[in-house]
Design a protein around this ligand. Sequence first.
Ligand code: AHR
Length: 490
Amino acid sequence: MSKIIVNKLDKKSTINKNIYGNFSEHLGRCIYNGIFVGEDSSIPNVNGMRTDVVEALKNIKLPVLRWPGGCFADEYHWKDGIGPKENRKRMVNTNWGGVVEDNSFGTHEFMEFCRQVGCEPYINGNMGSGTVQEMSEWVEYMTFDGESPMANLRRANGQDQPWKVKYFCVGNESWGCGGNMRPQYYADLYRHYQTFLRNYGDNKLYKIAVGPNTADYQWTETLMKQAGNYMNAMTLHYYTVPGPWDHKGSATQFTEEEYYLTLKKAAFMDELVTKHSQIMDRYDPDHKVDLLVDEWGTWFDVEPGTNPGFLYQQNSMRDAMVAAISLNIFNQHSDRVAMANIAQLCNVLQAVVLTEGDKMVLTPTYHVFDLFKSHQGATLLGSYAETKEIGTEEDKVQNLSVSASEDKDGVVHVTVANLSATESCPVELDLLGQQLSSVTGRILTGAVDAYNDFDAPNQVSIQTMEGIVVENGEAKFSLPACSVAELTLG
Ligand code: AHR
């Protein structure tokens, strides 16, 4: 029996809804065929955007979407993606498979997609191969209401009103595909570029700097020291990759050893966020600068027979566990982590939806975002879980991952994952500060390698939790092996 205690009197930080954000790059079939099929497609769409994908994202209340990359962002010249489609420049997507990018999905289309989903846009600017002027003009094009060359160009392209754009990042992975820079150099360039990103009218930019790769603490130290006063946030990128880059492992065929290794690597996010936050605390004790984990998730070998540059992978219950572990960690660190963007939205890496022709499947990861959606904008509560170590000789993890929050109506939601591949876990749950009278639950469970596919789309889906007993102000229930649950306490 494991004990979970949630303390309603221990109110902590607000869980920023943007922790449940996503990322869409011009990579493989994320944009084209994934979210955008064009107005003339036989696949149901509104203004070219797939209706099934839009509806799925509305259901999980997608709050924010990052675009156009990733590595692609540092080669993207936004003027190629505006104006009449027949005149748009065709370019080579050098990062991702060398395919032709026809720029038929550009700024206007991205904003239209966000409008349909009801999420906020997060724009990633090109510092790697773009000029200060180009970046500055993109902001002017999108957000200026008055008379100016870029605002007039936007109007000529059919968008009279400026869009609201808050989130803007200066470059991507500037320590790698974005220019192989050293932190001192990036910090100076960041200061330079961000100077020319203007606030037009009542549009107030939230400026984001490229933060570290994984455990590069030196990058965080240098960036915060040299440029901390010029940013609203710094990013962190960390992927859960079970094997070496040339043999990362299959998304669906893996051993129990690989299962626990993957979960252990996912749980490493807690150490990363803690240590980067500690460095940020030294330069920013008042937490004015947020940490955005704007790329995270699993990265496996591509599915056999698919383009290696397209990063298409299936998504199993193991991915669901990685999602639950990561989201619980972000909730627990919501005093510093203000946004997270799983990579990526559709058909790429740890996708929430997969598409093939007119078919769409919701992945186990999608269902985790559904189970966790009540945390968006809620107040994190103190919680304690009595856990035990499980796993293999080499790779051990705690058997439970938990976070709890109180929503604006005072209702408490607890999300808990049982990481064991084989053993169910009986739980006793106590709520301090309120007499517990009823508990309902929703649960996702299956074999560690269970997944949804186009010919079997509902192998893994959310079920109502049975067998929850509330007695003497305490709830008792059992979590099956490899499961993620959302409990609503009344
Ligand atoms: O998400 C795929 C790639 O991973 C992104 O383009 C890049 O930023 C990261 O290395």
